[in-house]
Design a protein around this ligand. Structure first.
Ligand SMILES: Nc1ncnc2c1ncn2[C@@H]1O[C@H](COP(=O)(O)OP(=O)(O)OP(=O)(O)O)[C@@H](O)[C@H]1O
Length: 788
């Protein structure tokens, strides 16, 4: 299906084909904006396509209209009936038609061939659809609501019959004494009742429930769910939540972005809501592998507890204070320590067992609910010992849940036997069939380049020429590459932020929040976990200097795992991920919660191509080649080379050091500030320009250099940031934070220290710091703190 886009290339327009161009654009508009015919699903597709996917692919495919030589061999013709609920197919059809018109008219032989092909393809599409439905049913124990979500071409009665068949299929019993999730249909092999040592009387697990209201949740929890705009449970939630509410231990495997967090967070909150409120002590513990995830999961739990008084959520990250601990603060007068004062604790295994947050470590002896998220990683080498220790402190009676995108990891088998008691195994696979129609809607591409430096040229074209629009997450394998890329983009006034393990956790979390809030659009993430990044500058036998110590990496850092980057239009693998798991986790940062997204990987040699293909195969997704016409962007090569020449190793080293220093200062100085203003996302900027002495001519693009297909999209304004007055004004109104923001251009209120003037003013007022003439107020603040 997607092969069509292989041939999408950027090409120059020729005056003689202007007319054709018009027809093509009209046709493309028809495809993109025509109303879907049948189903709700189509409507959703339509929205996702126009919102995220279209701008990218549309621009890429524009070149095709000027290309008379483009092959049609891979084009998919499809009849109307086949394409009503598949925007891809529509696009194929439309663009195929466009191309078809480029061919000589009246060629009857060719037409016949095309008709035949059309018929074949439509049959193939039908078969594929049928196959993916079967896969839905077979692969989801406990019934696959995803089919309703996905195809939506089914009517209500159909979905009821699905339920029945789902129930049938869900009776698969795992070797390791797992219970089935069958239900009304009556399971023949499972005992009717079971008894959880929690005291819960466990009956046959219920069938999946497709609305939150039918789940019998506490009204306060229901209200919080509504507040989060979660209208109905995702497939994994509708299977997992009822089972967990019935007291069953659950082992969950579902693709990235399918809503696993809420699948365990809702039962935890419900469990605490309905049980004895006088119980003093920690009730639930959630183990996650990274500090970023600690923050994220705690935020979800906090959101769910919004209307329930007295439930305390603590995030154990060691040093993070960005407002989270406010919710997990000590209960006054009860004499309990930090972790123990909370009802729910989220932490990395190391943080949970360490005494950092209390004198004796977190007391887990009264825990009734234990969850291991990203279990394959938490229970793997590196975390294993800490996880073992933490879990050994949890009473055996506790209800347990293990969740992961994959259950095949080493050690999982061993652990699940220890942790889980007769668990239900609930699984949504991500085979091709399921992905085609299901919530996981990323389109995967790769572009093969001749030399490594072409990566920069293509990145330049993608970002500076606005081929990719919307939020872009760029993954690199090394910290140095991240800074090289950032400094390179700085030369063109393309604003971006770098996220890496050397930065303090406060800054990292705040940076992700800003990205999610749309403060800036381009985030370069160094995914060092899989690349064995030695950091070069930070390693070596030499004695560590103070600055080197500052640059040490955080072993509990991870961006590709579990992070909920919102509305990411495209994931851009500047470097090829080392493993299949890494590829899938990176790709999983886009196309989340049923939305669409694009993954583009740049490769330079056969070895990388092989690695990428095997990753795709293992992850069950088709990665299609994107025939990127390098000659169309060749004119920019000299600029790219110029910019790269300026980004020397010494410059990178300096920028890296400066960035860490600045973020550490910001992070420490602003701890108090963020505790009091947790929602002030604008207070710090993480995408400040690091490059110095930027030559003006590089940032400006004369129009004659821009490929005609992209003219009109390229402006000479700085790109990559949405930090505009309108948004700031809205933020101001929302939190009523004084009138300072009204004054002047908001962009100008930011200083090189990365702290906005208004935020600085508030900080000064709070700490009674007077503004001194002739001195940098940012420095005053820093010095004052140091003196204390
Ligand atoms: N019922 C729902 N309806 C709509 N959106 C939802 C629902 N449940 C969760 N989401 C949203 O889906 C997104 C992904 O959820 P979540 O982070 O839990 O996925 P995940 O399966 O844990 O992914 P990963 O494996 O990458 O960690 C989040 O932005 C979340 O707010």
């Amino acid at each position: 299906m997607r092969n069509h886009y292989q041939h999408a290339e950027i090409r120059h327009a020729e005056p003689t084909i202007k007319k054709k161009k018009k027809t093509i654009i009209v046709r493309i508009m028809q495809i993109l904006f025509s109303k879907p015919k049948k189903s709700k699903k189509s409507k959703e597709n339509y929205r996702y396509e126009t919102q995220f996917l279209t701008p990218f692919l549309h621009k890429l495919s524009r070149g095709a209209e000027f290309d008379n030589e483009v092959e049609t061999a891979h084009d998919v013709d499809s009849s109307d009936s086949d394409v009503t609920d598949s925007e891809d197919s529509e696009a194929h059809e439309g663009l195929k038609e466009v191309r078809g018109k480029d061919k000589k008219k009246g060629d009857l032989g060719q037409k016949k061939k095309r008709d035949k092909k059309e018929q074949k393809d439509s049959e193939r599409l039908k078969q594929k659809k049928g196959k993916s439905k079967r896969l839905h049913i077979v692969d989801v124990a406990a019934g696959d609501t995803s089919e309703d979500d996905g195809a939506d071409s089914e009517d209500e009665s159909n979905s009821e019959s699905d339920d029945e068949s789902e129930a049938d299929h869900s009776e698969t019993r795992s070797d390791d004494d797992t219970a089935d999730i069958s239900s009304e249909s009556g399971s023949d092999s499972e005992p009717e009742n079971d008894s959880n040592a929690n005291g819960n009387h466990v009956e046959k697990p219920p069938a999946p429930i497709k609305t939150f209201t039918e789940m019998g949740l506490d009204p306060r929890l229901e209200r919080a769910i509504e507040k989060m705009d979660w209208l109905k449970p995702t497939p994994i939630q509708s299977a997992v939540i009822p089972a967990a509410l019935h007291g069953r231990d659950v082992l969950v495997s579902a693709p990235t972005g399918s809503g696993k967090t809420a699948a365990y967070a809702i039962p935890i909150v419900q469990h605490i809501c309905k049980s004895d409120s006088d119980v003093n002590g920690l009730r639930a513990v959630v183990l996650v592998p990274t500090r970023e995830l600690v923050h994220q999961v705690a935020s979800v739990l906090k959101g769910l507890c919004k209307y329930v008084d007295g439930i305390q959520v603590a995030a154990l990250t060691g040093s993070f204070t960005g407002g989270l601990e406010k919710n997990g603060r000590r209960k006054k007068g009860n004499g309990l320590t930090f972790g123990q004062a909370a009802d729910i604790v989220v932490g990395t295994p190391a943080a949970v067992i360490s005494g950092k947050n209390s004198q004796e470590g977190t007391n887990l002896s009264k825990v009734e609910f234990v969850v291991v998220d990203e279990a394959d990683l938490v229970l793997s080498y590196g975390y294993e010992n800490d996880a073992k220790t933490a879990l050994s402190r949890v009473p055996v009676s506790a209800q347990s849940m293990l969740l992961s995108a994959t259950l095949e990891a080493e050690g999982m088998d061993r652990f699940k036997k220890v942790i889980l008691r007769r668990p239900l195994i609930i699984k949504i696979t991500s085979d091709e069939g399921v992905q085609e129609d299901d919530s996981s809607r990323a389109l995967h591409y790769y572009a093969k380049l001749k030399i490594h430096r072409d990566r920069y040229l293509v990145t330049y074209a993608m970002l500076r020429l606005n081929v990719i629009t919307g939020k872009v997450l760029i993954f690199v394998n090394h910290i140095n590459t991240a800074f090289r890329l950032k400094l390179f983009l700085d030369q063109f006034k393309v604003k971006s932020a770098v996220l890496n393990s050397e930065l303090p956790v406060n800054s990292r979390v705040h940076c992700v929040e800003q990205f999610n809030a749309g403060v800036f659009d381009i985030l370069i993430a160094s995914d060092e976990s899989n690349a064995g990044d030695s950091g070069k500058e930070s390693s070596g036998g030499k004695k560590e200097t103070r600055s080197r110590k500052r640059m040490r990496k955080d072993s509990e850092f991870g961006l590709s795992r579990g992070m909920d980057f919102r509305d990411v239009a495209a994931v851009f693998n500047f470097d090829v991920p080392e493993t299949a798991a890494s590829y899938m986790h990176r790709a999983g940062r886009t196309a989340r919660a049923g939305k669409a997204g694009t993954v583009l990987t740049l490769i330079c040699n056969d070895k990388e191509e092989e690695r990428l293909k095997s990753s795709g195969k293992e992850g069950g997704c088709h990665i299609a080649p994107l025939a990127f016409r390098m000659d169309q962007i060749e004119a920019f090569r000299y600029r790219v080379e110029d910019a790269l020449r300026m980004v020397t190793d010494a410059v990178i080293h300096g920028a890296r050091l400066a960035d860490v220093r600045r973020e550490i200062v910001n992070s420490e100085q602003l701890k108090d500030y963020f505790e009091d203003n947790p929602d002030d996302l604008d207070a710090l900027q993480h995408n400040l320009t690091l490059a110095k002495n930027i030559p003006e001519h590089l940032a400006h693009i004369p129009s004659y250099l821009i490929p005609p297909a992209l003219r009109g999209n390229v402006s000479n304004e700085p790109t990559g940031s949405r930090f505009r007055g309108k948004r700031r004004r809205r933020v101001k109104r929302g939190n009523g934070a004084g009138n300072q923001r009204k004054k002047g251009d908001p962009l100008k209120t930011f200083t090189t220290d990365g702290l906005s003037g208004s935020a600085r003013q508030r900080y000064r007022t709070k700490h009674g710091i007077k503004k001194r003439k002739g001195r940098d107020p940012g420095q005053t603040m820093v010095k004052k703190r140091r003196r204390r």
